[in-house]
Design a protein around this ligand. Structure first.
Ligand code: SF4
Length: 115
């Protein structure tokens, strides 16, 4: 199987071609080794950083932005979102605060301060 990808590791955005056969990936179009690493990961085990907003229970009409501290498997994204949908937090919150210890292998951290 042949896939066309755009490398998202740096702003150059190299156009990559990945040919996958028997769990082996042959990559071309990358200007550096990080592009090959990205394409192999994207073909064999794609991961994503999940971002969301949570309701701040002790503030009127207030949401706080959060993200997974590390990328999680792309197929786990619905599970992460489902758990976040049922989560509320209380202010004060500071950038980097951990609001959930473990969802699909990652902690959930705050990306906006709410006093
Ligand atoms: S392959 Fe290397 S140079 Fe090209 S976009 Fe990816 S990281 Fe940047």
């Amino acid at each position: 199987m042949k896939r066309e990808l755009t490398c998202i590791i740096c702003p150059r955005g190299c156009a990559l071609t990945a040919e996958v056969e028997d769990k082996q990936v042959r990559v071309s179009g990358n200007a550096c080794p990080r592009g090959e690493e990205y394409a192999v990961s994207e073909c064999l085990h794609p991961v994503r950083t999940v971002t969301a907003t949570l309701r701040v229970a002790n503030r009127c009409d207030t949401m706080v932005s959060v993200k997974t501290e590390r990328p999680v498997s792309k197929d786990k994204m619905p599970e992460v979102m489902q758990q976040l949908r049922n989560t509320q937090v209380n202010a004060p919150l500071f950038v980097g605060d951990v609001v959930l210890q473990e969802i699909c292998g990652s902690r959930i951290i705050v990306t906006k301060t709410v006093l």
